[in-house]
Ligand binder design. Structure first.
Ligand code: ATP
Length: 604
């Protein structure tokens, strides 16, 4: 066990390097041209410094020669010109690299974000309700759009440094192989420390994802318009800000410790290479004084030594950084490779088209929950029939709808549509048949028309359909009174946006469900809870006419609405306790009758 523990970190550190290749691939597939330019410029920028150092030696030697033997001055001047050209080229290649990197950063950021969002589209609802998974997506989104480029930059930077070092090495080997070895050894400790701290920084980053998420959440609570009213009226501001500060202080404390330790260690170890450098410096000076090397050689070696040392430590920092980028990238790929259950069904029509919907002994427990949310639910709804589901808060009504819409899969039992298990249906074909409004429907910051149009994305912009749907949802009248009617921008996020009342939003959501004219299953989860009594009365007065051919699943706490259904299902603690028509259930004098009379009494 002990052994296993000891091996584990090493294996882990090596494993993270596998992402380098993938990051480079990502950049390559983002832009071939840009990657090629980047590589070429890296090559040029890597080779030129040694060439410049060598030209420097030629200049000094030529100057010494000219002054001693009265040789023509044109030779050293020629070298000066050559060096000027080389320096100009180096500057050009470095500038080119910066331009390339800036452009790639934008392209790559977009590419990775699109990858993340595409992946998010394939995930199940359960993924989003799982906090660990949420950490993964937060981590992936927060850093990963900048990390692939950083990794590639560092890789290319490393190649550039390596090229410079090799060429410096070639120049320096003439002086002494030992000097080269000393240079390498002296910079080694810095590398080891760099990698160690990079690993630690990553672990810190992974561990504290929940805190970071909490901080983002608090930020949202404090700064988003949806929350501001309640935060102000309950005077939550100070308390929330206090929590925000606490999380920050805790994170900052960890950051500060790591940064300080990293800084101190790096400084101490860089002293080792500085000492090595100055010993070599002295050695070169002695050799020059003793006349064993020319003045030109001395100038070149000193340049090579000075630049070689900083290039080497740059290279090591790049490796340390690459290690860190790799670790961060492993997060991205963790997320992108998250397993999704690919739906296998492909049926687009049922085997008994007139059978409607059946629940057969359906039970379901939410992942991570101990109590079943639904137990042995059985029901049958024929085409065109309307079913109302009644029950206390938390009794399982919405869960039943989530199973029907295939957001979740039953643990046991079956749900059949037209005689076929929902699992056998092609998800798109199935969802095309369902129009739904959930309690927490989305208030899109789009125009009114688009807010309705999203109910049928193929006809998103169809003005005529908007009008029909709005009429069915009783939204027509207030929409016509808006400044730009269906073209009015909704919400406060964008310029000129108009905010609606809760009931008006609900009418929009209702219209959205009616937009789905192809759908023969309409699911309404408390569709009129915020709508005034008069409008509700009118909606349900023509409800039968507008949903004539549709099966309706209606969840409501208002019995005036519920009573219009053909069948009523009463659920308690996830189980069906009563089932029948309004009249039957009243006659039974059970739970439904009691609740109905209670509500009726309230209106008297
Ligand atoms: N995503 C979830 N994960 C775990 N448990 C959940 C989840 N959603 C609901 N539950 C639990 O399942 C049970 C049924 O919830 P459900 O939302 O179906 O109730 P409901 O009848 O629609 O209630 P309400 O009338 O308040 O809307 C509740 O005990 C609830 O705590």
């Amino acid at each position: 066990m002990k052994n296993k523990k000891r091996r584990h970190p090493l294996r882990q550190s090596l494993a993270v390097f596998r992402y380098s290749g993938r990051a480079i691939n990502l950049v390559w597939s983002t832009s071939h041209t840009m990657t090629i330019i980047l590589a070429t410029l890296t090559l040029v920028a890597g080779l030129l410094p040694a060439a410049i150092a060598y030209i420097g030696k030629l200049i000094v030697d030529a100057v010494v020669l000219s002054s001693q033997v009265n040789a023509p001055i044109s030779q050293p001047l020629l070298y000066v010109g050559l060096e000027a050209i080389a320096v100009a080229l180096l500057a050009a290649s470095q500038r080119g690299l910066t331009i390339c990197q800036s452009l790639l950063r934008v392209l790559l950021g977009q590419r990775v974000n699109v990858l993340i969002l595409e992946k998010a589209l394939t995930l199940d609802l359960a993924h989003f309700e799982n906090s660990e998974f949420y950490d993964k997506i937060t981590n992936a989104r927060r850093e990963a759009s900048t990390r692939p480029l950083s990794l590639v930059n560092r890789t290319f930077g490393l190649v550039q440094n390596a090229l410079s070092l090799i060429t410096y090495g070639i120049l320096l080997v003439n002086f002494s192989v030992w000097a080269v070895i000393a240079l390498i050894l002296a910079a080694m400790p810095a590398f080891i420390v760099e990698t160690r701290f990079a690993g630690e920084a990553f672990r810190l980053f992974s561990w504290r994802a929940p805190e970071t998420r909490q901080q983002h959440y608090l930020e949202n609570l404090l700064a988003r318009e949806d929350f501001v009213t309640e935060v102000k009226l309950y005077q939550l501001g100070e308390m929330l800000l206090g929590r925000y500060r606490n999380v920050f202080n805790q994170l900052y404390g960890e950051d500060r410790d790591l940064t300080v330790r990293r800084g101190i260690w790096s400084y101490c170890l860089s002293l080792v290479s500085t000492v090595a450098f100055y010993i070599a410096y002295a050695w070169i000076v002695i050799e020059a004084v003793l006349g064993r090397i020319s003045l030109g050689d001395m100038t070149m070696y000193l340049t090579v030594f000075r630049q070689g040392q900083s290039t080497f430590s740059n290279a090591l920092t790049s490796i340390g950084g690459m290690y860190e980028d790799n670790l961060y990238l492993s997060n991205l790929y963790d997320f992108l490779e998250e397993k999704v259950t690919t739906p296998w069904g492909n049926a687009t029509i049922g085997i008994k088209p007139q059978d409607g919907i059946r629940f057969e002994n359906v039970s379901f427990t939410y992942p991570g929950s101990f109590q079943p949310a639904l137990r042995n639910i059985s029901l049958h709804l024929k085409p065109g029939e309307k079913l109302a589901i009644v029950g206390e808060n938390g009794s399982g009504k919405t869960t039943l709808i989530k199973l029907l819409t295939r957001l979740y899969t039953p643990d046991s039992g079956r749900i059949l549509l037209d005689g076929l298990d929902l699992q056998e249906w092609d998800v798109d074909a199935l969802r095309r048949r369902i129009g739904v409004i959930f309690q927490n429907f989305v208030r899109y910051q789009f125009t009114v028309g688009e807010n309705i149009g999203v109910g049928d994305v193929e006809n998103l912009k169809d003005n005529r359909r908007w009008q029909v749907a709005a009429q069915k949802g009783m939204a027509q009248q207030f929409i016509e009174n808006l400044p730009q009617s269906f073209q009015t921008q909704l919400g406060r996020w964008f310029k000129g946006g108009q905010e609606l009342s809760g009931g008006q939003w609900q009418k929009i959501a209702l219209a959205r469900a009616f937009m789905r004219t192809q759908a023969d299953i309409l699911v309404l989860d408390e569709p009129t809870s915020a709508i005034d009594a008069q409008a509700e009365f009118e909606i349900f007065n023509h409800f039968r006419a507008v949903t004539q051919n549709q099966m309706v699943f209606l969840i409501s706490h208002r019995f005036s609405t519920v009573r219009m259904a053909d069948k009523i299902l009463v659920i308690e603690n996830g189980e069906v306790v009563e089932q029948g028509t309004h009249e039957e259930l009243l006659a039974d004098g059970g739970h439904y009758a009691r609740l109905f009379l209670l509500q009726a009494a309230g209106y008297q």
